[in-house]
Every structure is written in C-alpha cells, then in structure tokens.
Design a protein around this ligand. Structure first.
Ligand code: GRF
Length: 195
C-alpha cells in the first residue's frame, strides 16, 4: 500500500508507523505526510525520515473543497491509495471521501462511541470511568463516527493522573495503529484486535 499520513501536531503516531515500516513489521510505503499546520513537529519528523510533505494553511483557501482539491492533486502525484489520519484536527470532506472509499482510517484516544471529539482523554478522566482506551476506525463525514475496526482498552487506575493516563494511551496507540494497518493491508478488513 502507498499511504499518506495526515497530522496536525507532534506526530508520535506517524513516528510509530514509520518505525514499524523500517523494522519490517508494516508492509507499506509512506509516500507523503500532509499537514494543515506549518509549524507541526510531524513535518520535522518526516524530513528526518526523508518522506515528502505537503503543507497548507486552510486560511489561504475559501473553503474545505478548495484545499482538499489541492491535497488530492498532491496525493495523486505520489500515487497514494490509502490515507491514515494521525492527529489530523479537521474533518475530511466529500472531495477526499469520494476518492478514497473505505480507504481512510483514524485513531482516536477513547473507546468510541464514548468520548468523541476533542480532549477525549480529559473527558474520560473527568468522567471517572474505570477504563478508556484507543479506537481505530474508518472515516466518514462525522466526527469520530465511522465503523470501528479495532479497539484496545486502557484502565484508569485509582491514583491516576491525567498525564500518566495520556502516556499509557499514547503507548497503546503506538502499538495498535501499526498492527491494525498491517492486518488491513495483508488480511481481510474485518478484524478484532484485543488489547
Ligand atoms: C493521538 O492521541 C490521536 O489519537 C489523536 O491525536 C493524537 C495525535 O498524537 N487523534 P500524535 O501527533 O500522533 O503524537
């Protein structure tokens, strides 16, 4: 698979995926990193990994359709056939959804459908639930609403702090995402990964 990774920030999930490719655990070619933030640290990570980047500022465009058309042009140039969202803080619009049916996935730091949207870890912590976790799902036009592919749970401990929980959730993401991608690319699409 020729994949593009979309990210707006730190890119630790990008790094986990890139490392899995280098270690031969994930059979994919990361052709492009797409970011909507010019100062996103993920762009430096991509540079260090010698992976092409496409960076844009949404404010330079009139609307989502316009910038997604530019993204699409760039994806086609790189021959991308699968999109991996990893901390991309925007909804995907019809322009990209139409071109990549069933071929866009996202990772979200909760056990969806619980705690969709922003600050899912903070939401779970504040709700004092006993466990939360990580979900990999297909992307549709909604916010964290597409069909679930795999989930991994993370307990919230008695004397937990939000920071500690976040670290464990991120570690869980870094394990789960490359694993699920490998299964998607090599086996059939209906899988369950237990965590
Ligand atoms: C992750 O927690 C992911 O689940 C969420 O955004 C965060 C991105 O982290 N969608 P990073 O940029 O990969 O470090």
């Amino acid at each position: 698979k020729k994949i593009a990774i979309f990210a707006s920030g730190n890119g630790s999930n990008f790094q986990a995926i890139a490392d899995a490719v280098k270690e031969g655990q994930l059979h994919a070619d990361i052709c492009l990193v797409v970011s909507d933030k010019r100062d996103a640290y993920v762009l430096q990570r991509a540079l260090a990994e010698r992976i092409d980047t496409f960076c844009f500022s949404p404010k330079d465009y009139n609307n989502k359709e316009e910038y997604e058309k530019d993204i699409l042009t760039r994806l086609r140039q790189s021959g991308v056939d699968f999109i991996v969202l990893a901390g991309y803080m925007r909804l995907i619009g019809p322009t990209l959804l139409r071109e990549f049916p069933g071929s866009i996935v996202n990772i979200h730091p909760s056990l969806l459908p619980a705690f969709p949207g922003k600050d899912a870890i903070g939401q779970a912590f504040a709700a004092k639930v006993k466990k939360t976790g990580v979900t990999v799902h297909y992307v549709d036009e909604g916010m964290d609403t597409g069909p679930i592919i795999a989930q991994s749970s993370v307990p919230i401990l008695e004397n937990d702090t939000e920071d500690a929980l976040q670290q464990r959730i991120q570690a869980s993401e870094h394990n789960l995402y490359p694993l699920v991608l490998e299964q998607l690319f090599t086996k059939n699409q209906h899988i369950q990964v237990e965590g």
